[in-house]
Design a binder for this molecule. Structure first.
Ligand SMILES: Nc1ncnc2c1ncn2[C@@H]1O[C@H](COP(=O)(O)OP(=O)(O)O)[C@@H](O)[C@H]1O
Ligand SMILES: [Mg+2]
Length: 319
């Protein structure tokens, strides 16, 4: 493994019965950077995390974490990582402090070190006021922060976060993003899985988009958005008979084929010139006598990226 590479996987394959969860995934995370593994439900994200954390053996392919082979040297790998799961591993009856202290002791820290480290993390994750309350009294966001803190007790070189914000409300999501951002600023190497392009956008240096166990795109968030065709112009016309005129105009102004929802009288296309494209579209539609009820520009969503990469939307069942 090259120096400066914290995690590397080559051609990982994992099958469950007839389901191919991973169909030959390669990935590489330079030390001190964040990789976002972005994909819809069932894409293979958790399977990849479980292999990298030695909880599952791959059927084929190899992986190394912190220089150690995940199959041949699982104990070395476990010493180097911190894992925070999609389903938080928090003991409800212990207080926040006790949860962290227990993890420290399990990792072999002496009492004084475990106590100091737990206090530091409690403060850093803004749980100070709740430190001595049982975790069952915590909100979803607090619980998730406690789980994240648990992954950091042993000061791991590599942190793996499996959907750290799924199920959180916007406030809880922002809190968690801030905490992950601090982790990153401290120089940790992070693998983060998510279903949200926006989250990968905020936190990841590089994004790997996966679908059906394969990598379908990779690069920075900006590059992925460009691949999805940049900003989208969307409008709703008043009459069904006006939809065809709207498609014609948007096809001229946009960079790809417009997508159409005839029932909703809604037409959408990717545009390069943002507000200028919007004004130009409205001008031409006005000349054609088309009544526009609603119009707007939006940044590509994960759904737009998926639609343009795979031809199906992220939440569509295609198996
Ligand atoms: N233990 C298992 N037994 C059978 N099928 C599984 C198992 N774990 C995952 N799968 C299947 O493998 C695919 C990938 O799952 P997973 O890695 O959990 O995806 P994600 O985390 O991206 O939602 C899914 O089709 C899932 O149903
Ligand atoms: Mg998962």
């Amino acid at each position: 493994m090259a120096t400066g590479t914290a995690v590397r996987a080559e051609a990982l394959v994992k099958t469950f019965g007839f389901t191919c969860a991973l169909d030959g995934i390669d990935l590489e995370i330079p030390t001190g950077t964040v990789l976002g593994l972005l994909g819809p439900n069932g894409a293979g994200k958790t399977t990849a995390v479980r292999i990298l954390t030695t909880l599952l053996r791959p059927d084929a392919g190899r992986a190394w974490v912190a220089g150690h082979d995940v199959v041949a040297e699982p104990n070395e790998v476990r010493k180097a990582i911190g894992l925070s799961g999609q389903y938080a591993a928090v003991d409800e009856n212990l207080t926040g402090f006790e949860n962290l202290y227990m993890v420290g002791r399990l990792y072999g820290m002496n009492k004084a070190d475990a106590r100091t480290r737990s206090r530091t993390l409690i403060d850093r994750f803004r749980l100070t006021d709740a430190a001595d309350r049982p975790a069952k009294t915590y909100s979803g966001g607090m619980r998730r922060r406690l789980d994240l803190a648990g992954a950091l007790v042993a000061e791991p070189q590599v942190v793996l976060l499996d959907e750290p914000t799924t199920g959180l409300d916007p406030r809880g999501r922002l809190d968690t993003w801030q905490v992950i951002g601090e982790l990153v600023a401290d120089g940790a190497t992070v693998l983060l899985t998510t279903q949200y392009l926006e989250e990968a956008d905020q936190l990841a240096d590089t994004i790997l988009v996966i679908d059906h166990g394969r990598v379908i795109a990779s690069g920075s968030a900006d590059r992925l958005k460009e691949e999805a065709g940049g900003e989208r112009l969307e409008l709703v016309v008043a009459e069904p008979a006006e939809v065809d005129a709207a498609i014609r105009v948007l096809a001229e102004i946009g960079t790809g084929e417009p997508t159409v929802d005839r029932h909703g009288k809604r037409v959408q296309v990717a545009v390069e010139a943002g507000a200028k494209s919007l004004i130009e579209a409205l001008r031409r539609l006005d000349v054609e006598g088309v009544t526009v009820l609603d119009v707007g520009l939006h940044r590509p969503t994960l759904d737009d990226v998926f639609l343009s990469l795979t031809g199906h939307s992220a939440d569509e069942e295609t198996r």
